[in-house]
Design a protein around this ligand. Structure first.
Ligand code: FRU
Length: 320
């Protein structure tokens, strides 16, 4: 039985899910025990796989619907990355191709300790340019594209350009008197986290990691949700009561608030063998569930279950 078998609703026609952010390659190394510095350790299994927050969320969402697109900065001369994206059947037609053959693919060296269930990531960024706001606007913010997008999600990175991207989508929506695409953003990376104030106002849905919240000095999910709601309310154009905030909180489960009380979905107890990309998996499943019309508490429950199923297995396959 798959993670969400029997829970899918009948498909009604709706715009695609578009995910904007990073695609990279993960070189996964599996060990029995995380090594001490300056020691030698036997890797007992290794493989290359698609990685990056948005790619991971897309891999999961793509198992639940075919209507998934990714807008990423893509070095087209790298056959490995292209092959991984093709194998995952991810539509990259809205991505920004990097044609310079010297453009590198970002690669993460990931150490999975199967005994502890931990994952440690060493990320090599390389020289791949981020997406510029202008490029994004030319490619995505036009009637023939955005009218076919039901949900647009932004990975929290590339902060110099992200605000403009979100703002332009919001302006397009307003100018066309539409409710869609729904705009979501992820606050996960703790570097540059002061940008959150500027991004919050443009979002309808915010995914906030526990690490992010803790680093901002918010002791629990309730305080973090309150802070985001307050920030959102400051923007003249925003209706704070419409903001949904979703906070996966590790072993405590998930907290979220739509327009009522804070909801808590307890974590499922599983034997964690691979937590690499679990947060991205949660986001992919949650976006799918909300996009697919599930009520907020049910969507959190589904995403929680898909992420738990993922943690109990290697990789991101067979999550539908
Ligand atoms: C997991 C992940 C990996 C990737 C790294 C990039 O969340 O997306 O797949 O290598 O983070 O930061």
């Amino acid at each position: 039985m798959g993670a969400i078998e029997g829970q899918k609703t009948a498909l009604v026609e709706k715009g695609n899910i578009l995910l904007v952010g990073l695609c990279c390659i993960d070189e996964v190394n599996i060990v029995k025990k995380y090594p001490n510095e300056d020691s030698e350790t036997r890797i007992f299994e290794k493989y290359l796989t698609l990685g990056g927050n948005v790619a991971n969320s897309a891999v999961v969402a793509r198992q639940l619907t075919s209507q998934v697109q990714v807008c990423a900065s893509l070095p087209i001369a790298n056959p490995q990355l292209t092959a991984l994206l093709d194998a995952a059947k991810i539509d990259t037609t809205l991505s920004i191709p990097r044609t310079d053959p010297k453009t590198e693919v970002p690669v993460s060296t990931c150490i999975l300790n199967e005994t502890a269930g931990s994952r440690t990531v060493f990320h090599y960024r390389g020289n791949l340019p981020e997406i510029e706001a202008d490029e994004f606007v030319r490619r995505v913010v036009k009637d023939e594209v955005l009218s076919k997008v039901g949900w647009i999600h932004f990975e929290g990175r590339n902060f110099d350009h992200l605000e403009t991207m979100m703002q332009k989508v919001r302006e397009w929506r307003h100018g066309n008197s539409r409710q869609e695409p729904v705009i979501s953003v992820e606050f996960e990376k703790i570097r540059d986290f002061n940008y959150f104030e500027r991004l919050t106002q443009h979002a309808d849905v915010i995914f906030m990691s526990k690490d992010f919240a803790k680093n901002k000095g918010w002791g629990d999910a309730g305080a973090a949700i309150e802070a985001l709601k307050k920030e959102h309310a400051k923007a003249a154009s925003s209706d704070a009561s419409n903001l949904k905030v979703i906070c996966p909180w590790g072993e405590q489960g998930v907290y979220g608030q739509a327009n009522g009380d804070i909801i808590h979905v307890p974590a499922e107890k599983v034997n964690v063998v691979d937590s690499l990309g679990a947060g991205d998996c949660f986001i992919g499943a949650c976006i799918w569930a909300l996009w697919n019309g599930y009520e907020f508490p049910k969507a959190l429950e589904i995403a929680n279950h898909v992420a738990a199923t993922k943690c109990a297995q290697r990789g991101l396959q067979n999550l539908n």
